[in-house]
Design a protein around this ligand. Structure first.
Ligand code: 10E
Ligand code: SF4
Length: 334
């Protein structure tokens, strides 16, 4: 009809907060700074954060990602990823005469310290987390004799403790808040004297991103979460979106992974991203959607974030000189 434009009603709900948390920002900048200050290569034990694009970008700048400390040559500089490492990994690096930078998020370190303290007090520690995840391996390594992993509510039936009057639960930082509470409730039923961590182990960033996706998911036909397959916090956002009422929710690393068929019959698309995801990848998704009629973008804001962390203190030292001295020490010992 002349003079009237048909409105498609298509819109995007964009979650806030989304994307980088303070621990990821610090870790990624730490690799960039290390490359600038000391020159390539900088070895990084495990992906600095679980994001394909971040890893590929840092590789191009001279970072070399390895899974084991033994893969790092003598005299090199190695950085530990934001997910944290067990004390045995620090020992391996010392034995290998490697100069190290620890990019473990301070909020992961906080959980490590809680584990050490409760183990010193001879508690049985029930660590709620996903088996095999790097952070869980690191935290468990602080007190292997005192920690039992509890991988979700269905795992509670298998849990045994030495003394039910001396049990505490701790958790991985990136879990689903609601599922963790289910696990805790089931644990409390089994061990009524179970005590809680001194402060939240699921970090502020995980909680806020889930809160936002919950609000957004309820009003979305489809939710697109930008994040990598191995990113625990990103995968949780997909689950939370579905539980909140989104008919479909998918995880994509890049905009070109979006299947056109997902958009059929869809009016409202929710968009968010995991804590390890750079904003440029979200912008590409918004661009993809905009060219398909989803131009109208509304922000769904669930929380304000202002937390930042200072860079690892090792970056203030001359680590190339320290690495050379360590090699000289080893040669003299031979
Ligand atoms: O798999 P995760 O969600 O633990 O890691 P990520 O690298 O995707 O996001 C950052 C979260 C960290 C480092 C764990 N606290
Ligand atoms: Fe730290 Fe939380 Fe980010 Fe993990 S998700 S790096 S604990 S701020």
């Amino acid at each position: 009809m002349v003079g009237m434009t048909a409105s498609t009603g298509r819109r995007v709900l964009l979650a806030a907060p989304r994307g980088y948390c303070a621990g990821v920002d610090r870790a990624v900048i730490a690799v960039e700074k290390a490359l600038e200050q000391y020159g390539a290569p900088i070895y990084v034990r495990h992906e600095i954060v679980h994001n394909k694009y971040v890893v590929q970008t840092l590789e191009k700048k001279g970072a070399i990602f390895v899974e084991q400390t033994a893969e790092v040559p003598e005299g090199a500089i190695v950085m530990f990823s934001a997910h944290g490492v067990a004390p045995v990994v620090h020992d391996e690096a010392a034995q290998g005469k490697l100069a190290t930078i620890d990019a473990t998020c301070p909020l992961v370190t906080k959980v490590h310290k809680e584990a050490v303290r409760f183990a010193q007090d001879d508690f049985d520690i029930l660590l709620i987390g996903h088996e095999g995840h790097e952070e869980v391996i690191g935290t468990s390594g602080e007190a292997p004799d005192h920690i039992t992993l509890v991988d979700g509510p269905e795992d509670v039936a298998n849990v045994e403790v030495r003394d039910p009057s001396k049990v505490v639960w701790l958790s991985q930082t990136t879990l689903s808040v609601d599922e963790t509470m289910e696990t805790v409730d089931a644990l409390k039923e089994k061990f009524p004297q179970l005590i809680a961590p001194p402060s939240d182990d699921i970090c502020y960033a995980t909680q806020n991103r889930q809160l936002a996706v919950k609000q957004m998911g309820a009003d979305s036909d489809l939710v697109i979460v930008v994040g990598s397959r191995n990113s625990s916090n990103s995968k949780r956002l997909v689950e939370v979106a579905k539980l909140a009422g989104a008919s479909e929710a998918y995880l994509v690393d890049f905009a070109d992974e979006i299947d056109e068929a997902w958009l059929e019959g869809v009016t409202t698309v929710g968009v968010t991203s995991g804590a390890s995801v750079p904003e440029v990848l979200v912008e590409q998704v918004l661009e993809f959607l905009s060219t398909r009629g989803f131009e109208d973008v509304e922000i769904v804001k669930a929380a304000e974030e202002s937390i930042t962390f200072s860079l690892p203190k090792e970056l203030r030292r001359d680590l190339r000189a320290e690495a050379a001295a360590l090699v000289a020490e080893r040669t003299a010992e031979k």
